[in-house]
Design a protein around this ligand. Structure first.
Ligand code: AMP
Ligand code: MG
Length: 353
């Protein structure tokens, strides 16, 4: 009787040890994810990467962050840049006024579809045909300077110049036929309002294919993507820059992987003259920096391009129309007015820390 109990106990002990061993093996082969970081520049802005990888040492050695940068540089060079002659956008611009028009590469076709949809729904607040006006203001050369500083590149254009540049704009003047686009003479596209969001979409798609990647948070200027999860299972924290206090955040969003956040602010790129701040978000209605009474718009969406397109459009529209547009497009918005007040869509509240 006694030996039976002993045998039973031994069986129990070996049974438990086996379970423990299985649990150990399962957890033991799941090596803790390792953090890889990188900071670089592309698209005239800073790219910051935090990626968690697991298992595949080769990937870490080949520097995953470098291959992410290659994706962004390729997008800029081959598709979006208006400066590089061979890019798709430059080719389209060079075709302006021609009877042949220009072919839209496959990767750009879906993007232009979505952009034109936002242009229509925002009543033209987003208008990527605004290239000539952006060049006139020399927005790409501003380094947040004032007209009185010795190395200033900023001069306020004459009203006549603004009026004449505006004549070459207007998304509704563009025609699409099959895979071709036809711009009227002198019109130039500028995809600056959506480029960073598109880059986030590209990077997310690229990292999703990498099995070793367990999570990532990557910012391309004012656009940020979250992917997967953190090793400790906690949510990603995405800070929204304080529009008036350098280096501070005005709010933090707590997000699972799979979100895109874009902020458009009058503090990102501006020049000052006679105490007036001229920022980089233009009202396509009059060709001047939008004076809609807001200083920052943050959009949360499941789509990077859409978050970026809407952040610009909602900035131009101001608080009421901006919130309505975001809701109409199924996105969440947080808008800071020039008086410092916050306005947001109902759904945005759930994501605020
Ligand atoms: P974002 O910082 O995303 O709001 O984009 C601003 C950039 O988009 C500017 O630097 C311009 O190149 C371009 N842009 C400015 N205003 C507009 C507008 N109303 N619609 C489309 N693009 C714009
Ligand atoms: Mg934008």
């Amino acid at each position: 009787m006694k030996s039976f109990t002993l045998k039973n106990s031994i069986r129990k002990i070996t049974g438990s040890a086996a379970i423990l061993l299985i649990v150990f093996l399962l957890t033991g082969c799941r090596e803790k994810a390792e953090k890889v970081t990188g900071t670089d520049t592309a698209m005239g802005t800073m790219i910051q990467q935090t990626i968690y990888v697991q298992g595949n040492v080769n990937v870490k050695e080949r520097k995953l962050t470098d291959s992410v940068m290659d994706e962004i540089w390729r997008l800029e060079e081959e598709t979006l840049s208006w400066r590089i002659d061979s890019s798709a956008v430059s080719q389209i611009n060079q075709s302006a006024g021609s009877e042949e028009g220009a072919e839209i590469p496959e990767d750009l076709a879906g993007i232009l579809d979505q952009v034109w949809d936002v242009s229509r729904k925002s009543g033209g607040a987003l208008d990527v045909t605004i290239g000539d006006v952006v060049r006139l203001w020399k927005i790409d050369d501003w380094v947040n300077t004032s007209a009185s500083s010795p190395d200033a590149v900023f001069t306020i254009p004459d009203t006549d110049e603004v009026m004449s540049a505006l004549k070459h704009t207007g998304y509704e003047k563009v025609t699409f036929q099959g895979n071709k686009i036809f711009l009227p003479e002198m019109m130039t596209l500028d995809l600056g309002a959506v480029g960073k969001g598109i880059a986030c979409d590209r990077v997310a798609a690229y990292l999703e294919k990498r099995e070793e990647v367990t999570g990532a948070v990557i910012s391309v200027g004012g656009s940020i993507l979250t992917l997967g999860s953190k090793p400790d299972g906690s949510l990603w924290n995405v800070g929204i820059v304080h529009p008036r206090k350098n280096g501070e955040y005005i709010a933090t969003l707590e997000l699972e992987g799979g979100w895109f956040v874009s902020t458009s602010g009058d503090y990102e790129r501006f020049a000052e003259a006679d105490g007036v701040r001229y920022h980089h978000i233009i009202d396509p209605g009059d060709g001047y920096p939008a004076g809609s009474g807001v200083v920052s718009v943050t959009i949360l969406s499941r789509d990077g391009m859409m978050s970026d397109a809407l952040s610009t459009a909602c900035f131009v529209l101001g608080v009421d129309k901006g919130l309505a547009l975001a809701e109409d497009m199924g996105a969440e918005a947080l808008i800071i007015s020039s008086t410092g007040d916050s306005y947001m869509t109902e759904g945005m509240k759930c994501f605020l820390k």
